[in-house]
Design a binder for this molecule. Structure first.
Ligand SMILES: *Cc1c(COP(=O)(O)O)cnc(C)c1O
Length: 360
């Protein structure tokens, strides 16, 4: 039976990537060593990290005045590193609240800064992207932070906010590499790897170089972007195996047409799944405003929540795994990141149609 894993994260990885990692596990390219066993300062490992960075730069079109940092601590650590490094003597930062991850970023920033919440969608249960013309932007803000894809609520921006000279900061943990983005519009982009990049334990930060170097004195060395920027992410031991795996994912993306091709597949996959939900005559419901539905994380509920258990049991038996919704939302959530093939979404839709027909 073919297994399809719809986990929100850590999440599905491309099969060819796992197979390559398996074949190189014990002896990487004739080195006689596993990547896990290599010195991070040896020439073999240095070549792996350099290639990963070069491939990511090529895939995303990252301009030369941006640093790519390979860090640890998860996206959650960025919730504090961002205000600590980017306030640059200013008193306030702008935040957009679109759901659970925005809220976490906001509550962490409040420890270091005044936070101006420019817009929020909590009036309608975090189910939409607030219209830009209603945002209360502060032109003196140190930066504006937003969450382009809310992994739990399934709300995704299909546009990039215009913040003028205020640096734009984006938590792209769950939609990085899923669609082309113009990096030059951002001051800083960050993402935990375990959704759309690779295994957990690696966090990628892409930061415009003029924003680095303003940490207040006394900030712990490891929390200062300059430490990592000045040392090519090798101030201390980087998460070497995670970076190697991310590098294999970048090569897989390049071999499959890059991010534009990936976006086309992601559009097809999400259309197929939302179509099945919307055409079920209310048997399945997606609470998210149609224009703001995520291509990566698709939350839906059953009209009759008493059937949730049976739905999940039968899905499991068909090899459709990890569909249970987030504990804060309930219902179901299908995460359909880059590595989820169209065939996986088709298998899910076939099952959903059959389940609705036999229980509707
Ligand atoms: C998963 C996730 C996080 C948290 O990532 P960690 O690496 O677990 O800290 C933050 N933001 C978004 C949008 C996420 O999807």
């Amino acid at each position: 039976m073919t297994i399809y894993n719809f986990s929100a994260g850590p999440a599905v990885l491309p099969k060819p990537v796992l197979q390559q990692a398996q074949s190189e596990m014990i002896d990487w390219h004739g080195s006689g060593m596993s990547v896990m066993e290599m010195s991070h300062r040896g020439k073999e490992y240095m070549s792996i990290q350099a290639r990963a960075e070069a491939d990511l730069r090529e895939l995303m079109g990252i301009p030369v005045n941006y640093k790519v940092l390979f860090l640890q601590g998860g996206a959650s650590q960025q919730f504090s590193m961002i205000p600590l490094n980017l306030l640059r003597g200013k008193l306030s930062a702008d935040y957009v609240n679109t759901g659970e991850w925005s809220k976490k970023a906001i509550s962490e920033a409040k420890k270091f800064s005044f936070v101006n919440v420019v817009a929020s969608n909590t009036d309608r249960n975090c189910s939409y992207v607030p219209a830009y013309n209603e945002w209360k932007l502060d032109k003196d803000a140190a930066y504006l932070h937003y969450t382009p894809n809310e992994t739990i609520g399934g709300v995704e921006f299909n546009w990039i906010p215009d913040t003028g000279n205020v640096p734009l900061v984006a938590d792209m943990s769950s939609n990085i590499l899923s669609r082309p983005v113009e990096v030059s519009k951002f001051g800083l982009i960050y993402a935990g790897a375990q959704k759309n990049i690779g295994p957990a334990g690696l966090t990628i930060v892409i930061v415009r170089d003029d924003l680095v170097g303003y940490a207040p004195s006394g900030l712990p060395t490891m929390l200062d972007y300059k430490t990592h920027s000045d040392n090519e992410s090798m101030y201390n031991t980087p998460p070497t195996y995670g970076i190697y795996m991310a590098g294999l994912v970048f090569q897989w993306l390049k071999n499959n047409g890059g991010i534009s091709a990936m976006e086309q597949t992601n559009i097809s996959k999400s259309k197929l799944l939302y179509g099945a939900i919307d055409e079920s005559n209310g048997f399945y419901v997606c609470p998210v405003n149609k224009a703001d539905r995520s291509r990566m994380n698709v939350p839906f509920t059953l009209e009759d929540a008493n059937l949730d258990g049976e739905f999940l049991k039968q899905a499991d038996a068909r090899g459709l795994l990890q569909l249970k919704g987030h504990r804060s939302v309930g219902g179901m959530r299908a995460s359909i990141y880059n590595a989820m093939p169209l065939a996986g979404v088709q298998a899910l839709v076939d099952f959903m149609n059959e389940f609705a027909a036999s229980h509707g």
